[in-house]
Design a protein around this ligand. Structure first.
Ligand code: GDP
Ligand code: MG
Length: 742
């Protein structure tokens, strides 16, 4: 056959950049490809793939910026993405980007990358920082031990780029990687045994055999699944289990702990030989902070304080803005809309009612979450970007493991006391899907701030002498139920995977980057608006429609007494189901149904239903200019209040200004509960509060669950909560009745 001569074809190599988060991968990527990219790190779980190309004479590099990872075990999404890319896409060269100022910590990943046996180059990045810290590297020695070229770079200054390109070109042509970490005689003999067994498996054609053997010893879920899928895999897995058992019996420790320890020891020894710290024993600032931040005992109060701060930021800093939005929507905007409709001759019609009580109210309940979410994402981004989150998770891991969760789960549960919606979104920071789902299902049981007005009103009516105690008891009940449901789910639908991934690698502390934080806050909040807005709006509109439709009564559309509206009829249908709980009236049913939209409206619905003047007062008359002034001045007030809230963040302020002293409403409720409970009003009142505590928090939380956990878990959560609320409220009422609570 004849070959056609062509111009010297550009040699194309595929190159992957891998490394710990913040090692400078993206900076190096940008410096090499010149592509304009977002530089900075994202807290949370967004995995992004960036590719770009570099052309040098006859060489073309197609470069992929892999997500940051601390190891290549299948713990987090980032790790799996990075690992699968290297294993399945087979890049010609992997460039491991390491932070020279944190060499030892960064080499843990490098060692695992090298075990994948893809030709590698090591970019000893941030060499400028390391040099300033007085660190000095024996590059030749490092390179020899790692079996790969080591090139010092300062990506941010564009230093070391040409040597990296040259090393990549050289590595691509070189024979297989020479790297081999010696795990010691016991482990090595088990690796050999597994290698012999693996020889029959077809997996060795696709993956490096030694790596497979090591992963099997580590009981890696992903490799086990790959094996299980092929013929004869089960036998091999049994061989691996036996090897692991022998190893654990011989060394008295978990196999994966043994292997991790060996890697750390090997790396420690290597760094000892190949790196000199000029100033003896220079403790970096990170190390010094970590003495406190990761201290066994001191670390916990420090973490609790940080969580308290997040909680306060989410609630206190956003509160003035929620109020402002509410005031603008229910004040000036409602007036303008009514005025405009009036001008069109539609005032006092169902159109006006739909516009104000349906659409504006719905938009309001969506927008009310925006300041809350912005504040939460701000706090989360600062925690993640600064590097503190990893420390907090590390400190809490031990405690949270006892209830089958990871250290990071504490944060969403804490935020849940403020509002379930941001709390469910905060589960995103967890490192695996199972923990995200479990935490997301427990959050709604934590009593959010919107439920408090209901407790305050009912406790004042039915337990005037012990209102505080009753309210505290409800909060405790919420926590107890969350714990109980958590334990139940672990035994059933969500068994522990053992993949919680104890945080061992702590990223260096960094000053958070304002642009990255702002970008992140906006992205996430926009995602909420896209996913939740329609559901919340729709529910509000459905309820409005139900209250507007007259059913067998005297009223006309949008002007019908509540009991004779479709809403009243539907609520009456719920009443029999509530009868055993002591509050089987259409009024209670109706309040609980509107409570599905938002707990904030339970009290106002009760007031409306019992026909006591509600808080939503008549729309007054002002001028357009007056309205504008009001919007601006109330905006100014919100700014001032936000600033005033900042010093208060560290203080504890549990004062509730929600005084449930509406005498008419209290009397009406007392009479109504007296009647439905057969004379055990207090027991019924308590059952009602318990029901409010435990059933679905609100539509926004449901939307958040659908978005974060998926539709199936959302339904489970919705109906599970209704069932639990019903059962526990039943127990409370029936017990209360037996004990004669009157
Ligand atoms: P990635 O998470 O690995 O993609 O890291 P980035 O590329 O986002 O870099 C993290 C931070 O380190 C950024 O603020 C960079 O500007 C900075 N950085 C990256 N390379 C260097 C370097 O060589 N020297 C110094 N001083 N800073 C660097
Ligand atoms: Mg990056």
């Amino acid at each position: 056959m004849m070959t056609i001569a062509t111009a010297p074809a550009a040699r194309a190599l595929s190159v992957a950049l891998a490394g710990n988060p913040n090692a400078g991968k993206t900076t190096l990527f940008n410096a090499l490809t010149g592509a304009r990219q977002h530089v900075g790190n994202w807290p949370g779980k967004t995995v992004e793939k960036k590719t770009g190309a570099l052309v040098r004479d006859a060489l073309r590099l197609d470069i992929t910026d892999l997500p940051g990872a601390y190891s290549l075990s299948a713990y987090s999404l980032e790790e799996v993405v990075a690992r699968d890319f290297i294993l399945d896409e087979r890049p010609d060269v992997v460039v491991a980007v390491v932070d020279a100022a944190n060499l030892e910590r960064n080499l843990y990943l490098v060692v695992q990358l090298l075990e994948l046996e893809t030709p590698g180059v090591i970019a000893l990045n941030m060499i400028d920082v390391a040099t300033r810290q007085g660190l000095d590297f024996d590059v030749a020695r490092l390179s020899e031990a790692l079996g790969a070229a080591v090139v010092p770079t300062a990506a941010r200054r564009g230093e070391g780029l040409e040597p990296i390109v040259a090393a990549i070109a050289a590595a691509a042509g070189a024979p297989r990687s020479l790297f081999r970490l010696d795990y010691g005689p016991v482990v090595e003999s088990e690796i050999d045994a597994l290698l012999a067994a693996l020889a029959q498996s077809s997996l060795v054609l696709a993956y490096p055999p030694r790596w497979l053997a090591i992963k099997l010893l580590e009981d890696d879920a992903d490799v086990a699944a790959k094996l299980a899928a092929e013929a004869g895999g089960a036998e091999l897995l049994a061989t691996a289990t036996a090897a692991r058992a022998r190893l654990e019996a011989a060394l008295g420790e978990d196999a994966d702990t043994v292997l991790a320890d060996r890697r750390y020891a090997w790396i420690h020894a290597l760094v000892g030989r190949a790196m000199r710290a000029e100033r003896a024993e220079t403790l970096t600032l990170s190390d010094r902070i970590d003495r406190f931040a990761t201290h066994r005992l001191l670390g916990i109060p420090l973490f609790l304080a940080a969580m308290w701060l997040v909680f306060k930021i989410t609630t206190d800093l956003s509160a003035p803005w929620v109020d402002w939005l509410d005031a603008v929507l229910t004040g000036p905007l409602s007036r303008w809309m009514l005025a405009a409709l009036g001008a069109l001759g539609l005032g006092e019609t169902w159109v006006a009612s739909l516009a104000v009580d349906g659409v504006l109210a719905g938009v309001g309940s969506v927008l009310a979450f925006v300041p809350v979410l912005l504040a939460l994402y701000f706090a989360l981004a600062v925690l993640e970007d600064s590097g503190y989150m990893a420390r907090g998770a590390f400190v809490m891991d031990r405690l949270m493991k006892r209830i089958g969760l990871q250290g990071r789960s504490f944060l969403p549960l804490m935020v849940g006391f403020g509002c379930s919606v941001p709390a469910i979104y905060a589960t995103r920071t967890l490192t695996n899907q199972r923990d995200r789902v479990l935490t997301g299902l427990l959050v709604p049981f934590i009593s959010c701030g919107a439920r408090l007005p209901v407790y305050v009103l009912f406790a004042a009516i039915f337990f005037p002498a012990r209102a505080g105690l009753v309210i505290l008891g409800l909060y405790v009940l919420g926590i107890v139920v969350a714990l109980g449901v958590g334990l139940l789910l672990q035994r059933t639908l969500l068994p522990a995977t053992g993949e919680a991934g104890l945080v061992m690698e702590l990223p260096p502390y960094r000053l958070p980057n304002a642009r990255s934080i702002g970008f992140h806050m906006w992205q996430r909040t926009r995602a909420f608006l896209q996913h939740a807005a329609s559901l919340i709006l729709m529910t509000t509109l459905v309820i409005w429609l139900l209250t507007a439709i007259p059913l067998g009564g005297a009223g006309t559309f949008a002007d019908t007494p509540m009991p004779e509206s479709a809403f009243g009829r539907v609520s009456a249908l719920a009443a029999p189901a509530l009868r055993p709980l002591g509050f089987g009236s259409w009024e209670s049913g109706g309040a609980l149904i509107t409570g599905l939209v938002a707990k904030e409206v339970v009290v106002s619905t009760l007031a409306q239903i019992h026909d006591v003047a509600s808080a939503t007062d008549a729309v007054g008359t002002t001028t357009f200019a007056g309205d504008l002034v009001e919007i601006v001045t109330s905006f100014g007030r919100a700014v001032v209040e936000t600033l005033r809230a900042i010093p208060g963040l560290v203080g504890i302020n549990l004062a509730t200004d929600e005084a449930g002293d509406d005498a008419a409403l209290s009397a009406a409720l007392r009479a109504s509960f007296e009647e439905t409970s057969g004379g055990h009003a207090a027991a019924a009142g308590l059952a009602f509060m318990v029901f409010v505590l435990l059933y679905t928090p609100c539509m926004a939380a449901v939307a958040a669950e659908r978005h974060e956990l998926g539709t199936r878990w959302m339904w489970l959560s919705l109906f599970g909560q209704l069932a639990i609320a019903w059962l526990i409220a039943l127990a409370v009422f029936q017990l209360g009745r037996l004990l004669g609570g009157g």
